[in-house]
Ligand binder design. Structure first.
Ligand code: DGL
Length: 282
């Protein structure tokens, strides 16, 4: 009787996906903490922003991105996008992975962000600023309540913010109007908030503006560090997946928009220019 021989799987880069440039704020922290791995970054810039799109569309676009990253050899994909994590992660993990390849992994960034909240807030009142899709999904309140039932969560959708960052308009006086309006609306919803989560990977570029509109005692949190630390811990605990991540210290960037535009714009996030390749997901 012939024996079934399992061929060893070829290792590949860690995939990092976002609707556009925002995921670079997550990628840069991951790369800083774990420079030894190879990464493949994909920004679906041609179809960004995702934040105002329906559940079905965000799921469809994210699934296409994950399939592309798998085809490039990624065994582990990070959805460095809250909107995709909120609206597509569960379906991809439960419906698509079993059919595509159950040995591969797709992780989101909401859970690792939420995990560190418990020891930061003292008032136990937390605010979330995020895209319309993330806020409507209720993912943050649901995840926070699961881990810390005593914490109250208020959210405010910021429909303009990701577009302002994508379009490089986030430092203009026009951006002040939207940031002030949405931050004030959040704090009006719950004046006891002492911790504000920037729950969209584009928002770290608006950090200084947000900071200027919240009282001094309120902490403003970005996600990159928490996500990177959590990924490091994940790789230490999942040695089978870790063994399938190549270690050459290289990153390849893909975009669905112009490669030249990505090259120029990405330097706003990474402080150095990058070479990008244009691809199509459809
Ligand atoms: N950067 C993404 C997020 O974290 C999405 C922004 C958008 O495309 O609307 O939610």
């Amino acid at each position: 009787m012939s024996e079934i021989v399992q061929l060893p799987q070829a290792a590949g880069p860690i995939g990092v996906f976002d609707s556009g440039y925002g995921g670079l704020t997550i990628y840069s922290e991951i790369k800083r903490l774990m420079p030894e791995y190879d990464y493949l970054y994909l920004g679906d810039n041609a179809r960004a922003p995702y934040g105002t799109r329906s559940f079905d569309v965000v799921y469809e676009f994210t699934r296409q991105a994950v399939e592309f990253l798998f085809k490039q050899g990624c065994h582990l994909v990070i959805l460095a996008c809250n909107t995709a994590s909120a609206k597509a992660l569960r379906n991809i993990q439960q419906l698509d992975l079993p059919a595509l390849d159950p040995s591969r992994r797709v992780l989101g960034i909401i859970r690792p962000t939420v995990e560190c909240i418990g020891c930061i807030t003292k008032s136990r009142h937390v605010g979330v600023l995020a895209t319309e899709g993330t806020i409507k999904s209720m993912s943050y309140p649901l995840e926070i309540t699961k881990l810390f039932p005593d914490i109250q969560v208020a959210g405010k959708a910021c429909p303009m913010w990701a577009s302002l960052v994508e379009a490089n308009e986030h430092l203009t006086p026009g951006a002040d109007y939207f940031v002030k309006r949405d931050v004030e609306a959040l704090l009006e919803r719950d004046p006891e908030i002492d911790t504000v989560i920037l729950g969209c990977t584009h928002y770290p570029l608006l950090y200084d503006k947000v900071r200027s509109f919240v009282p001094a005692g309120v902490s403003v949190l970005t996600q990159g560090e928490a996500v990177a630390t959590s990924l490091k811990d994940y790789l230490a605990r999942h040695t089978d997946i870790e063994a399938l991540c190549t270690k050459g210290g290289d990153t390849t960037f893909y975009t669905t928009e112009s490669a030249e535009k990505f090259r120029q714009q990405a330097s706003r996030f990474l402080n150095h220019p990058v070479k990008a390749n244009r691809i199509s997901l459809v």
